[in-house]
Structures are given as structure tokens and as C-alpha cells.
Design a protein around this ligand. Sequence first.
Ligand SMILES: Cc1cc2nc3c(=O)[nH]c(=O)nc-3n(C[C@H](O)[C@H](O)[C@H](O)COP(=O)(O)OP(=O)(O)OC[C@H]3O[C@@H](n4cnc5c(N)ncnc54)[C@H](O)[C@@H]3O)c2cc1C
Length: 415
Amino acid sequence: MTAVQLSRRGIPSVLIDGSGRMGRGVAYATTESVHLLNVPSAKMSAWPDRPSDFAEWLGDDGTAFAERRVFGRYLESILKGAEGMRLIEGRVIGAERVGESWCLQLEQGEVLTTSAVVLASGNQAPAPLSVANGLPADLFVNNPWSDEAHEAIARVAADGGDVLVLGTGLTTIDTVLSLIAAGHRGRIVALSRRGLLPRTHAPHEPAPVERSELPSGDLVALWRWVRRRSAEVGFRGAVDSLRPHSSALWQAFGAGGERRFLRHARPWWDVHRHRIAPQIGRQLQQLVASGQLTVMAGRLQSLSDDGGELVASIRARGQDRVRDHRFGVAFNCTGPLGEMARTTDPLLRQLLADEQVRPDHLGIGLAVDERNRAGEGIWAVGPLTKGRYWEIVAVPDIRGQVADVADELARELGQ
Ligand SMILES: Cc1cc2nc3c(=O)[nH]c(=O)nc-3n(C[C@H](O)[C@H](O)[C@H](O)COP(=O)(O)OP(=O)(O)OC[C@H]3O[C@@H](n4cnc5c(N)ncnc54)[C@H](O)[C@@H]3O)c2cc1C
């Protein structure tokens, strides 16, 4: 989206992607029809000034939860239509500031010189869990978006073993849907500390609020406001009404309040804010009712390999006793990497080591200023900037940010 915004402004760009799925990223590279968008088509346009573009492209009335792979095709069509852009399939492994320019080193050996760099590296694979140290990769799959994960799903569906999924959020739901689509008949246990599943979308009246009506800088007061408002207009209306104010509210918390939010409020916020398509909600209900899916609140104490079977010691929430459960495989669906210091991306590691960029104050992404600058001649967008904005992972938020960055680059580069 950044590259096409630059193209609109007549700024030539090089779009470099090392995943082999140019322009799609983790979210939209899925090839599975069961993986749906969690946002209705009316809100998924790539263009902030043409909000119905995706719904029109799709040919629906804006209410559909389209397949994510179809959204990937939409992004590709936008990319194809843009001019002045070079696409390079490859990984950037280093970047050096030389005078007013950047020299980018590609894994294949090529070196590129550019006037500016925009980092849009997105969601990174989860950090390895220490509880899974030493386990063979066929028993514990750390990256649920990898080819290894697809192979493990096919294998366990064929074997009929039980599956442990760590986490109960959107990635877990993707994995459960993939397992069922692959014909898996064994049990699936989804485990998280609180056992909260994302809520479903449902029609509701918008209930907009002014920023001045909202408590500022006080997490507990805001929480009470959301509860009160939810009782009046329903949680969907209440939660959605905060969207236009989310980054201002986030910043008003200050670092201490933001940390408290991440520690205590985030699980509840995530399940009410990032809702799933109604048809997926119904499917999950059926899986729970049939006993195939168990959503469990508890703590994983240990994992071990017992002759090719995975033994998980779990303490259910509110109980003292730790019980052993046996599985054919486990998937880490606890979410993307949340600690910038642990990134394995060679480019980010080098930029951080050279202090060309630095982690944000929470250590969850990169520090950027109010114009999304991460350093001299370098910008960051999307999930990398969540320390500053928090709500900057979904398309409706990112599209405005990248248009702003393109404006800024046009000014910087005198175009
Ligand atoms: C499973 C999933 C489902 C989602 N569903 C929705 C949804 O329904 N609606 C919604 O609005 N949002 C959704 N999101 C949010 C999603 O993150 C954003 O919509 C968006 O994909 C983020 O875009 P991005 O370009 O910043 O990062 P990404 O889409 O993650 O793309 C980053 C790309 O950069 C590449 N890369 C990273 N480092 C390098 C390097 N050093 N060299 C070369 N290439 C590199 C990566 O391989 C990747 O291909 C979902 C996210 C996930 C993970």
C-alpha cells in the first residue's frame, strides 16, 4: 500500500519482499478458503479516500467477510496497476546510511541505493517458547504460518492424533479451521490463561462518541466507561466507538498505563475488538458443542516428548492439581513476536545494533515520531509501530498511515 501510494505521487520505488508471496504478507498469503477476513469488505479498502473500493472490486454490498486469499488478489491487482515500481523477490539483510542515501544489501548479493527506506516488515514469527526447548519440530510447531505448520496439520489429520493449540485468539482459530478443513477428527484443546475466544461480529447501531466524552489517561476510568457504555449500546457499539480515538487514548495512558493495559486489559480488549465473522463463530460453537474442540483456561507447566507423543502438563485455572494430557502435536498460536529485542530479522537486528533505529518505549516495535520516522531517512509503518499507536495492525488503520508517509516522502524528496 505504501508503494502504490508513492506511485500515485510519481515517486519511483523498489518493493522488496523475501517471503515468496509478494504483496500478500502472512495474513493474505493463505491459500485456504476457510480463512476469512475478520473485517467486513466495506472497511477493507486499500485507499483511505475511496473506502468502498474493496467492496466494489468484490462486487458485494460491503457486509461480506471475504476469503483472505481473495483480499490478497485485490492487493495484487492494485500492485499490478501501479507504475514506477520495481518488485524484487528477496530478503534485505542489511542497510547502511551513506551520506544522504541508504545502501541496501540483499541476500542474493545485490546492493541498492535509495533516498529513503520504509520498513513494512509486518508481523514477525512468534518467539520460541522456552517450555518447548529441545522438542522435535514434528511435535511442536513454533511458527503457525510456516510450511512446517501446514505439513504438521496434514500429518495429524491423517494420523488422527489429538492437537494442543497454545493461545485462543485469531491464530488459533485459523489453525482449528485448517485442521477441520484437512479432515482432522481428533480432539483439539486450545489453551490460554483466561480461555477467552474472540467474539463474533453482529449487526449493531453505531454509537459514536466525542473524544471529550472519554476519560483520558486513566485505564481504570476508561474501562469503567466501556462497561457502562456496553450496557447501554452493546459491547460492539461501545468498543467500535473508541476506534477513531484509539491512538490518542493510548498515548494519554503514558508508558505506565500502556504497560498496565498490556498486562491486564489486553486479553479482553483483543477478543472484543478483533471479532470474527459470524459463520466462523457458529462453526466454533458447533465444534465446542460436539466435544471436538475444548477451550481451556490454564497454564502450561511443561511439555515433553514421550516416545514420539507429546505430554503436556497443564494446571487448569482455579485448580491446584497439574494434569498430564497427551497430544500428537502442538502449535504455538500465542501471536506474533511481541519483543523487538528478540527479532531474528537480519535487517532489523543490524539497524538496531547500529542504532539507526531503536525499540519503542515498550520494546514491542520500533520507536517512531509523529510522522512515522524511525531514524534519518527511514520510516516504519504497520505492526512495527504499535508501540506508538497500538491500533495499527489492521488494514483500516494502516491505509491512512501509509498515505501520510507517502505525503511526507513526497515533501522530503521535493516531488
Ligand atoms: C493471520 C492474520 C490475519 C489477519 N487478518 C486481518 C483481517 O482480516 N483484516 C485486517 O484488517 N487485518 C488483518 N490482519 C492484520 C495484518 O497484519 C495487516 O492487515 C497487514 O498484513 C500488515 O501489513 P504489513 O505490510 O505491515 O506486513 P505483512 O503483511 O506481514 O508483510 C510484511 C512482509 O515483509 C516481508 N519481510 C520482512 N522482513 C523482510 C526483509 N528483511 N526483507 C524482505 N522482506 C521482508 C515479510 O516476509 C512479509 O512478506 C491479519 C494478520 C494476520 C497475521
